[in-house]
Design a protein around this ligand. Sequence first.
Ligand code: 26Y
Length: 821
Amino acid sequence: MAAITAPHNPISATDFANEIRTELKYTQGVTPKEATVDDVYVAAATAVRKHLVDSWETTKQDMVNGNTKAVGYLSAEFLMGRQLQNALLNAGLTDQFDAAVKELGYDPKDVIDAEYEPGLGNGGLGRLAACFIDSLASLGVPAFGYGIQYQYGIFKQKFDEDGKQIETPDYWLLKENPWGHTDYNRQVHVSFGGKVEGTKWVPAWSVRAIPVDYMVPGYKSGRVNTLRLWTAKAEDELDLLTFNKSEYTKAVANQIQAETITKILYPEDSTKVGKQLRLEQQYFFVAASIQDAIRTFYPGQDKPDLTTFPQKICFQLNDTHPVIGIAELMRVLLDDYGYDWDTAWDITSHTFNYTCHTLLPEALEQWPVSLISELLPRHMQIINEIDRRFVEELKGLTSDEEKIDRMRIISTDKEPKVRMAYLATAAGQHVNGVAELHSELLKDVTLKDFSDLFPQKFTNVTNGVTPRRFVKIANPRMSDLITEGLGTDAWISDLEMLKGLVPLADDPEFVKKFAEVKKANKRDFAAFAKRKYGFDVDPNTMFNSMIKRLHEYKRQALKILSVISTYANIKSGKINPDDLVPRTVFFGAKAAPGYYLAKQTIQLINNVSRVINNDPAVKGKLAVYFPWNYNIELAENLIPATDLDEQISQAGKEASGTGNMKFALNGALTVGTLDGANVEIRNLVGAENFFLFGMNVDEVTDLYAKGYDTKGLSHDYYESDPDLKQAIDLVADGTFSDGDKDTYKDLVNDWLTKDYFMTLADFRSYMDIQSKIEETYRDEQKWARMAVLNVANSGYFSSDRSIEDYLERVWMTGPMPAHRA
Ligand code: 26Y
């Protein structure tokens, strides 16, 4: 066997402290005395990076010189989270860092905290990309992450005194970023606009794409992959002629236009935002990445043999956002390298695979033909030809004209559009959904016509999360206990080993220790919440969390209505507060800035929190907290402290969910519907260890067929359930808006007339499961045992397993041979 870099770095803490001192001196230019905690953070980060450089170099060389096909993960979002702890773990320097920083007179926690979290993603899809590149590196698979270095990430969220969401810009580069290396010497050019003369593209303008490279260290693999994020710069920074005429603003116009491309992340998810700039972003990063892959794998070759390209690299399309890359690779092969159509198509269609992350039809991107024609005229020509040939192919497979029409890549309506999901499905080798149920629904509903004719393309890869960040680093106490229980820490890279904890669920000693870990985590979180938000959280209550983007389909409304109902029943005397399990409910959620009902829901939650937390009648029994600006850091702190996790989306709407996996792996129990990966979690942890409620997909479908949302059937549920009626009436009558009856009127009106996601229809079932939850929670030992079984049986949800599935079902490649040290 070849050598694998040891997890523990042999360097001593004193030596590491000296390395930090060296960086303080030579990189930061400060003495240890002058240094601030920010300086120490940058110095430590720079020092760790240096420990990874050799592996980075060999990984790059082995990737180019070896014969293992690489993976290019194309994603408009990488929601990485803070880097320092992860880099330390994978460099085997965690202990040395703690000791070294103390030696320098700092608290390691403060140094970790000095890092500003980059928010280059919206939610699940972006975080999944980050987990996947971690697993790719940890498994030793040669891979690039390709994306965009946005100057502004997802907005920072605050609440005003009315409880409304306020968005402020997230200029994350305000502080020094020691992780990204801007490589001006490896820039490429990306063109836009203009016209086509015959088939020759004469673009109107172009920009420089400059790579910013991040190391992606594997855990115990000895490999360090690359995340390459592109930033846009003008070809000519300044127009001197204009500048000399004193027209300063005009002189930098080019610069502004170019830099706008990578200025900001679109803060929408799952809704249609048809913006030209977004298409520019998408084309910009895939065009740069394709050029980059060619020059990487055919270094110094003017006339490379690109028929071997699919053996060098395959591109994974993370949702429809990078799908324009299909037309771009065709263009490059046809126009830049002179291949004929069939050869170009053969190469292209063996290079791409597509992952779909949604079931909401409105979230499948469609670009107006007029827009593509203007921005990328040659690509539109190519897409037209792909569409024409695809129709010909379909004619050979079916005589159903309507079906052919439905399947066309370019829609035939008045304002024709390019359906990016169809382009990806037609051109790619494989299409996958992100959980079993989701993949089934893709085949049966969303992409049914395609799966009928091309069944071999469709597969499932259930999502996963990295156990390094979300267990080992986020939950050190539980990790130590697991290691103690299993007698090894090998589970960190082989998460199915958690199964070994199953027998320990019947060991009262172990279960007790497990419960103590949770309690300690809750105390930690209470301290964190005090420090960061000024909240007075009672760690002796049940911690009940709902953290995810704010969306109607995820149904934060259902949760808050249930809280209101409990509150109202305590106030009216229907519930004796002493019969209740004391509970603290946590929400974390950002709403897309233009998503009106989501923003109303945020305002409502904040005001319910204000009213309840200030009412002595429920003190110690019920509290609601809504820490603002939900991000990875908050997730890492709250998840290990949570007892009960909410996964209550309407069945058939959440493609997978990944928060659900993080919670189960940290010993929280789930209350949830049969949706997304909940289904698989429940199957694995056992139905008796999961709180199921609500309608399933078939029942939802039936209720739509009865006209639930079109005939106002929700009103019947409101009328027939006094608890529900009371809760909604309290929202309507101004109890949570200082008496103002207008504040939530649109929200209330939506519930009573439409309620598309069937919150009201599932309310009773949701309330009923609460009594079972409370009864279970009262038996501490029983709850803790169930929690242990959740952890023990959730090893499947490691993103290492997801990547192994992709290797086998989609990419047809594997790890590189380990390098010799
Ligand atoms: C282009 C723009 C409108 C857009 C931006 C972001 C569209 C979608 C998104 C993000 C979607 C997303 O995060 N989807 C989530 O992906 C997770 C990972 O697969 C799933 O677990 C989750 O169910 C799904 O909602």
